[in-house]
Design a protein around this ligand. Structure first.
Ligand code: EPU
Length: 346
């Protein structure tokens, strides 16, 4: 096991925030976790599991021991009458994995193309886009308990998936009384890609592509290409402009609260949910408060999508959080709604 000291993290987080990991160990398999736990000092230290760094804001040098997940491998495990079961190592790049499934004839992840990050990070925040969430395609995952070193498997129910949420985002002492944040390292994730394949359309941007296209019913590869086009047009490429995707969750309100807001703000973008509550478009709320394109320090609001905060050059985590707080305050003052950040603040 190689224990690295003072490792720059600028290229290990998509915001491009400059900070160091005081101690970092690369994890290529269960054996590396066992080696960490066999070392008394490392065993006792708090740990931070780092995947693609696409959903974090680093607010200073990381003092917890950083476990950088580099577990690779992609394979078809088997096939049932209802699904292809495909497995990938937690360190695999998410988008490359999606492309691999499609090119090998296992469709189902096309709506989730081009989401930055790794396979291991995908269940942590239950990634979602264009009508599909990870939990819709999830089979199970393997993880290692960072206290005991024991491996275990979780099914979907045990992951407690919610909107951009799972058991991995909660501390064991948190409000929900359970949680694996900092306690487990995901090693492999299995997906059940349903047979027969069915297109998930219905999102306005996708419907627009359908109308523009001369051909008939799209196949999975066609949808994959449309999703890539839509995302490239709307969202900043982290290789060019540092960012962590959507910075806030879309808030939900009661129908009464929504009616009250609509009376004041007739144009508010909202969607009715199956349970009767109403989801509001956080991007619209932020945009309506005039934040699109604005900058505070080196942190900015993307000029095509107000839900995305960006690095204008040399941003610090503190500057990102200052901008986030200013946005939360103005949205609260105008709409009475508290926006909740989506990335993990480290
Ligand atoms: N809108 C504005 N102004 C803006 C941004 C958005 O008026 O500056 C309006 C749009 O016109 C649209 C509505 O708000 O009517 C929703 O916008 P969009 O369709 O872009 O989706 P979103 O709610 O902003 C969510 C996810 C994205 C995902 C897209 C597509 C969250 C927090 N974000 O964004 O996920 O790609 O839907 O499914 O749920 C991510 O989580 O990092 C992410 C990028």
């Amino acid at each position: 096991m190689l224990v690295e000291k003072n490792v720059p993290l600028q290229f290990s987080n998509t915001f491009g925030i400059m900070a160091k990991a005081l101690t970092l160990v690369r994890i290529a398999g269960e054996r590396d976790v066992a080696a960490v736990l066999a070392d008394a000092a490392l065993q006792a230290a708090p740990k931070f599991v780092l995947g693609g760094g696409s959903n974090i804001v680093i607010t200073g040098d990381v003092k917890s021991v950083v476990l950088k997940v580099e577990i690779m491998g992609k394979k078809l495990l088997g096939e049932t009458a209802k699904a292809w079961i495909v497995e990938a190592g937690a360190g695999e790049n998410w988008h490359e994995f999606v492309a691999w499934t499609l090119h090998n004839g296992y469709p189902g992840l096309e709506n989730l193309a081009l989401i930055p990050g790794t396979v291991g990070g995908s269940p942590v925040q239950n990634i979602g886009a264009y009508g599909v969430e990870l939990q819709d395609r999830f089979d199970s995952l393997d993880a290692v308990d960072l206290t005991t070193g024991k491996s275990f498997t979780l099914d979907a129910a045990q992951c407690a998936f919610g909107y951009r949420d799972s058991v991995f985002k909660h501390a064991s002492t948190g409000a929900k009384g359970f949680g694996l944040a900092g306690k487990a390292l995901i090693t492999r994730v299995r997906f059940a890609l349903p047979k027969p394949w069915k297109a998930v359309l219905g999102y306005a941007d996708l419907e627009k592509k359908m109308l523009q296209s001369a051909s008939g019913a799209p196949d999975a590869l066609q949808i994959y290409e449309w999703i890539c086009d839509i995302r490239r047009a709307k969202l900043p490429d982290p290789q060019v402009i540092g960012n962590a995707g959507s910075f806030f969750k879309n808030p939900t309100v009661t129908p009464e609260q929504c009616a009250d807001i609509i009376a004041r703000e007739p144009k508010i973008v909202h969607y009715l949910l199956a349970d009767g509550s109403v989801k509001l478009a956080a991007g619209w709320l932020i945009d309506a408060c005039g934040w699109k394109g604005k900058t505070i320090g080196n942190a900015g609001v993307y000029d095509q999508q107000a839900l995305v905060l960006v690095n204008r050059g040399g941003v610090t985590g503190g500057e990102v959080m200052t901008l986030a707080k200013a946005i939360q305050t103005s949205v609260y003052e105008r709409f009475g709604i508290r926006l909740e950040p989506e990335p993990v603040v480290v």
